[in-house]
Design a protein around this ligand. Structure first.
Ligand code: NAD
Length: 297
């Protein structure tokens, strides 16, 4: 079997198009422009790239992009004061603090100081609790994007066996909650799971969020299963330079799976699209307006 390639780049462009339409409608009918504030502390090169690309795409869908770049030495008190200011700014509907933060800052404290209604990353403890209890919340972007692709490909996920590899708070756990919400039978595997291959072989849906290049190989995959590869890993090329690969060995998995997301061009582009979708959703909720359909769970 040769797997259907789930094109995250094209899907993300479609989601951004829907967001742009929603933003234009808000502005036309209500005179409201959704605003997304991104806070970056320090000069981590990867974070700078993410923030730049978030800012560009925010502007492209017609939203206001507000960037706060703070010195690496910024104190916790100063960062919390900025978040308080953004929480109280009616022009700001979404707040994202770029992680990782420098070591002297307590990430949990910082994230939990964001107004949960503006927590477009969905990492605030209130949103985690709401998601876990099946209530309306802000849903973390990477799992949300992954779920959108799965729903688009399969329609209903009800009754499917899903194995999520990885138990992080930002990907693995919320992904498992979302799949459970869609009535999958969910297994969360992790670094201490015994006989991971056998666990993965039971899965109709495999979501790999590990951070280990090409760890999952085709012989782990049940024929016809859907593989969502969240991993982003940079490896050396034999002839010099580097390239990006996922947590799944693409060639061997694609030979067995029914559908698969590539890296790059799979889950990655969906993450930023869902950040924009969450900002639009937050803005609609803040103004007591109907949420655009299909952009959240
Ligand atoms: P993390 O390091 O927080 O978590 C990794 C998880 O993998 C842990 O729960 C650990 O138990 C598990 N794990 C580690 N080794 C394992 C093994 N040998 N077998 C089974 N499980 C194992 O990572 P994360 O933040 O969840 O990110 C995971 C990957 O997803 C990374 O490659 C990251 O770059 C990528 N990522 C991509 C996006 C995106 O937009 N596509 C967003 C977030 C993260």
């Amino acid at each position: 079997m040769t797997a259907t390639v789930i094109d995250g780049k094209a899907f993300a462009a479609k989601v951004r198009g829907q967001v742009a339409k929603g933003v234009a409608k808000l502005q036309e009918e209500q005179g409201i422009i959704p605003g997304l504030a991104v806070v970056l502390v320090g000069e981590d090169p990867a974070s700078q790239v993410y923030v730049r690309s978030k800012g560009k795409m925010t502007a492209e869908v017609g939203m206001k992009s507000i960037e706060h770049k703070l010195d690496v030495q910024t104190s916790e008190a100063d960062l919390l004061a900025l978040i308080d200011q953004l929480n109280n700014d009616p022009a700001v509907h979404g707040i994202l603090v770029q992680l990782p933060l420098p070591d002297h800052l307590d990430s949990d404290l910082v994230i939990n100081s964001i107004d949960p209604a503006k927590d477009v990353d969905g990492f605030h403890i209130s949103n985690v609790g709401l998601l876990g209890t099946g209530q309306k919340s802000m849903v973390p972007c990477t799992p949300l994007g992954s779920l959108m692709m799965l729903r688009d490909h399969h329609g209903s996920l009800s009754g499917m066996n899903a194995v999520v590899i990885g138990r992080s708070n930002i990907v693995g756990k919320p992904m498992a909650q979302l799949l459970l919400g869609d009535s999958c039978t969910v297994t969360i595997a992790h670094s201490r799971t015994q006989d991971l291959e056998a666990v993965v072989r039971q899965a109709d849906i495999v979501v790999a969020a590990v951070g280990r290049p090409q760890m999952v190989t085709g012989n782990w995959i049940k024929p016809g299963a859907t593989v969502i590869d969240v991993g982003i890993n940079r490896i050396d090329k034999p002839d010099g330079g580097t390239r990006l690969v996922g947590d799944c060995d693409y060639e061997s998995c694609a030979a067995v799976a029914g559908a698969i997301t590539p890296v790059p061009g799979g889950v990655g582009p969906m993450t930023i699209a869902c950040l924009l979708a969450n900002t639009l959703t937050a803005c609609c909720r803040a103004n007591g307006l109907a949420e655009p359909e299909g952009l959240t769970v």
